[in-house]
Every structure is written in structure tokens, then in C-alpha cells.
Write a protein that binds this ligand. Structure first.
Ligand SMILES: [Fe+2]
Length: 196
């Protein structure tokens, strides 16, 4: 289930909206040209499925998106806790990478196979924090100012779509806004408390 929180981008941000209602979320995101779709989750996919197995499980949906949007490169990004001594460092490094506000010159399109993460879309004086989970396909148009938080305990598998395979670079804006908005851990805790 997607969970959307909208804040203003003031020095002390206020919460303008919190919702799990799919129709309300889709309508709110449509206003900023962000498309959120949902695919039927493939339940019998092994947690440690490799890239080929993940793509095979969603072949029809992946091919449809490629055909409709002209993406030429698809891969699977995955990060799950392991027993390695270096896991905390790897997790922190991965989280840090796109935790500050940035843009890309390609769309950022992600389908969550499992786990979760929050895309923060900073548009029109508001920050839309979209907590995505399994089944969510989020399409963020190129040049949209945004950041991504996977939390302090990252766990997700996501299919990524690109128009080329030049590598994914972020153009960082230098804005400190990300530090003022509740992070993944905080929003996840708020949501859990709301759910009771
Ligand atoms: Fe990004």
C-alpha cells in the first residue's frame, strides 16, 4: 500500500496531507505530473530471486512499459540486510547516495517488487513523500527535484527503467530541504502509529 504525506517546504514544514487512499494519492500526484500505477504482485517469487528471475516474473508488465514509454534499459536494484560485517556501512553508503535533493536528465521509474522506500518530490512549494511498497510503479519525470530515502535499515528489490544505460547520475541542487522533512524511519513510524 502506498502512503503519501505532503508537506509545505517552509523552514518548519507543516503536514498538509496524509493518506493511504489510492484514488486520492493518484489524483494528488497527477497534479505534479507524477504517475503511480499498481501491478499485481507475483507472490511466488523467491526472496533471493536474481535479476533474470525478477524480470521474468514481471515480463508482460515490463514489456508493456518499455513499449509505451520507450525505455531501452531495465535492471533490478536490490538491497537487503545480510550478515556481513560491512552491512551497516554498505547500508549507510547506499542510503546517503540520493538522500539530498537532486534531478536527473532521464525519468526515474521504479517498480517495487518487495520492500519499501520513499521518494520525496519537491514541486510547487510542496514536498510529496511517496512511500512505495510491493506492487507500486512510480514514474518521476526527468528534471523533477526530488530525493530518495531507503531508511536506516534498507530492504527492497526494485525494477528500474532507463532511456539509456549511461549510468544513473544525480544533479544535486545543494538545497538543505531534505534535512528539514521527516525521513523514512520517521514517516514509517508515524504510519505504523496511525494504523494502531
Ligand atoms: Fe533520483
Amino acid at each position: 500500500m502506498t502512503y503519501l504525506t505532503v508537506y509545505n517546504d517552509h523552514e518548519q514544514p507543516e503536514t498538509l496531507l496524509e493518506t493511504e487512499d489510492p484514488a486520492e494519492i493518484a489524483a494528488t500526484l497527477k497534479e505534479i505530473d507524477v504517475v503511480l500505477r499498481h501491478w499485481q504482485v507475483v507472490e511466488d517469487l523467491a526472496p533471493d530471486a536474481d535479476q533474470e528471475e525478477v524480470l521474468a516474473a514481471y515480463r508482460a508488465e515490463v514489456d508493456r512499459v518499455i513499449a509505451e514509454e520507450g525505455y531501452t534499459f531495465v535492471d533490478v536494484a536490490r538491497l537487503h540486510p545480510d550478515d556481513g560485517d560491512d552491512w551497516p556501512q554498505r547500508a549507510a553508503a547506499a542510503r546517503q547516495k540520493f538522500l539530498a535533493e537532486h534531478t536527473h536528465d532521464d525519468d526515474e521509474v521504479r517498480y517495487f517488487v518487495s520492500g519499501s522506500g520513499i521518494f520525496y518530490l519537491h514541486v510547487g512549494g510542496k514536498v510529496h513523500a511517496v512511500l512505495c511498497e510491493a506492487g507500486d510503479l512510480l514514474s518521476v519525470p526527468k528534471n523533477t527535484t526530488h530525493w530518495f530515502d531507503m531508511g536506516t535499515r534498507p530492504a527492497f528489490t526494485a525494477i528500474r527503467f532507463f532511456h539509456d544505460d549511461d549510468g544513473w547520475v544525480g544533479d544535486f541542487t545543494g538545497s538543505p530541504i531534505a534535512g528539514r522533512i521527516p525521513d523514512f524511519d520517521t514517516i514509517a513510524a508515524t504510519r505504523a502509529a496511525r494504523a494502531g
